[in-house]
Design a protein around this ligand. Structure first.
Ligand code: SF4
Length: 470
């Protein structure tokens, strides 16, 4: 399961904004690893560099030194709409006779195809296949006269999730969709301002967190400071998976630091699904905090039974067939001396298709584990995501097709327990109605359910589920 992107923006005179953007994107690398890009302006011209790969692969000293100015936006991409190639890397840069904008987008539009067709029929040409370019083209095609009205006009036409950073020659803009599905926060730095998907990016560059951009809000930053434009929103729908998995544990969202939230998930999981065991272990890295929480609540010792190679899969070099056959072994190495002969409670953040978990369990059994009890710090995922999370179609989601006991048999665990929706909400400690929980409950926060079900049906793969699982 992957997130769709990380975005960053900075407006600060007398500061190397390209270098700041580089380090902020570095901190947001977990949100997207396919491509990276930075656009800057000195007030006269927008400069842009995008490249495939990780932030560290995409930029050199030489490239950064060519990106001068006092405003910058940056983007890490994981593709959702639009394939993985350089033309789809962001920021997107487009212009017409009166305006040039660079735009970075985190999220996914549900009505992107419709809007794209409309724009194409009106004669607009596209350089990429992303919904982000659709947003940028809409802004430029708006009949409104000033930038905020153009963005507001565009937002009224968009359906779905979007946290945006937008840059013109003289302003930096941040905008969040009316449901606030993806996070976006505001900070100060060296007399200027910064926008970022997560607070951890602000921390890393020495910026100070000010507040989150509210759902439906547009902030415009220039030499005079920050102006905010808000519209009343009907329903908030922050993606709960930010708390479970996407965001870094040292980030804060809605005032909650994620690490202790994840620990509490583990504690509640221990109460909901207790089991006798010798050790608790979390699948690194996202389930480590929940594993520690389970250990605290159950009194069972925590151990690191699996070591993770954090950099595998983040390289241009593809494994050959022999290495591919090793599967998760490329990613994890079990500590057999520690786990051999032991009963393990293994905490993970989710089971999506049910293809990775059996391999992990197999790896632990081969290393001598006597029993493997899987505990998942999220409820079963029974519905696909339409808001920018690359998950699976409904037909590929194992929990949409099988009961929990059946899943336990498919993955080869001795027992299996999922955190309840109520337990998840209690862990986060915020009102249920501010979250999107659609992948667990099927209650999508926007009224396009039938359309989405149709899309899910169209995505029905020709393979059967049993083929997918083997
Ligand atoms: S459907 Fe699930 S993954 Fe997608 S936005 Fe909602 S909670 Fe997040």
């Amino acid at each position: 399961m992957h997130e769709s992107c990380g975005v960053f923006g900075v407006y600060a005179r007398g500061v190397d904004v390209a270098r700041l953007s580089f380090f902020a994107l570095f901190a947001l690398q977990h949100r997207g690893q396919e491509s990276a890009g930075i656009a800057t302006t000195d007030g006269k011209k927008i400069n842009l560099h995008t490249s495939m790969g990780l932030v560290a692969q995409a930029f050199t000293e030489d490239k950064l030194s060519q990106l001068g100015g006092h405003i910058a936006i940056g983007h890490n991409r994981y593709s959702t709409t639009g394939s993985s190639n350089l033309c789809n890397a962001q920021p997107v840069l487009i212009k017409n006779d009166s305006l040039a904008i660079a735009l970075g987008h985190n999220g996914n539009l549900i009505n992107a195809k419709l809007l794209r067709d409309e724009l194409s029929n009106a004669g607009h040409k596209f350089a990429s296949t992303t919904d982000s370019e659709v947003i940028a083209q809409l802004i430029l095609s708006s009949p409104e006269k000033d930038l905020v009205s153009q963005i507001r006009w565009t937002m009224r036409r968009l359906q779905g999730a979007y946290s945006l950073v937008i840059m013109t020659n003289n302003e930096l803009v941040g905008a969040r969709d009316p449901m606030g599905v993806r996070p976006l926060c505001l900070g100060t730095i060296d007399g200027g301002w910064a926008l970022a998907s997560e607070t951890c990016a602000l921390d890393h560059i020495g910026a100070h967190f000010v507040r989150e951009i509210e759902p439906g809000e547009i902030v415009v930053i220039n030499d005079k400071g920050v102006r905010s434009f808000k519209e009343k929103t009907n329903r908030k729908a922050l993606c709960i998976f930010e708390y479970i998995y996407f965001a870094r544990p040292d980030s804060c969202i809605e005032g909650k630091l994620l690490y202790p939230v994840r620990q509490t998930m583990g504690e509640i999981l221990a109460k909901e699904h207790p089991v006798a065991a010798d050790y608790v272990m979390g699948i690194p890295d996202s389930a480590t905090a929940a594993g520690i929480g389970y250990s605290h609540a159950s009194g069972i010792d925590y151990c690191e039974g699996l070591l993770k190679n954090r950099y595998v899969g983040r390289t241009f070099i593809q494994p050959d067939q022999r290495l591919r056959d090793l599967g998760v072994q490329l990613k994890f190495n079990p500590l057999s001396e520690i786990i051999s002969g032991k009963r393990l409670v293994v905490i993970d953040d989710s089971i999506v298709r049910g293809t990775t978990t059996p391999r992990v369990i197999n790896l632990l059994r081969k290393a001598g584990a006597r029993e493997v009890h899987m505990r998942i710090c999220a409820p079963p995922i029974r519905h696909p995501c339409f808001f920018g999370v690359d998950m699976a179609t409904k037909w590929e989601l194992i929990a949409a097709q099988k009961t929990v006991p059946q899943i336990k048999n498919v993955i080869g665990a001795d027992s299996l327990g999922y955190l309840s929706v109520e337990g998840l909400i209690k862990s986060v400690g915020l009102p249920r109605d501010i979250f999107c929980l659609a992948c667990f409950t099927g209650d999508y926060p926007i009224p396009v359910q039938l359309e989405m079900d149709k899309l899910a049906l169209e995505a029905l793969p020709s393979r059967s589920l049993s083929e997918i699982e083997t």
